[in-house]
Write a protein that binds this ligand. Sequence first.
Ligand code: URA
Length: 210
Amino acid sequence: MCCSPQKNCCLCPRLIEFRKENVKKFPSYYNAPVPAFGNLDAEILVVGLAPGLNGANKTGRPFTNDYAGDILYPALKKFGLAQGNYGKTADDGFELIDVRITNSVRCVPPQNKVTTDEVKTCGKFLIEEIAAMKNLKIILTLGSVAHNAVLGVLGYKKSSFKFAHGIVHKLEKHNLIMINSYHTSRYNVNTGVLTQKMFEDVIKKIKALL
Ligand code: URA
């Protein structure tokens, strides 16, 4: 599979240990690096944080059965960027239109927290992903980890691109636009940091930029 680690990827010791525990605890789960979802010829790449334990790590598809997907997927569908019924399983037939979705770190991390080293190591796959997307125009980063991961793999100075919800950054060397959103996590929604409307406004902005 393009731009994805092997199912038994052994680059991050802490994540391998966690995977081994999860294989024992949840033998029916996917329990492996979660590959990107959507076609490589898409113009939009959404970059998240990492699979949720009982979400993408269970289903094997980014944001699928994760709370964050309950915000992300309906918004994409509302603006014509997805079709079908989001049924929270990898085989629900739900399809992305002109969008590909991946994560800064492909393996589920303990307590939902990734380390700087893990983001850096997994960046090897993120840069392959970006390079393979020949029609790529817009990268939507969900949260500051994804924002920094994209800047890191493309070689931009982080201090020159401050993360802010809804902001549009021009990545001129690459002829790309990066747009930030707060992550669609349950925590952000429950604390009012992000509302469905705020997220939809970002998607609307992306549509207008295409
Ligand atoms: N699920 C994912 O695949 N990525 C996230 O960032 C959150 C949940």
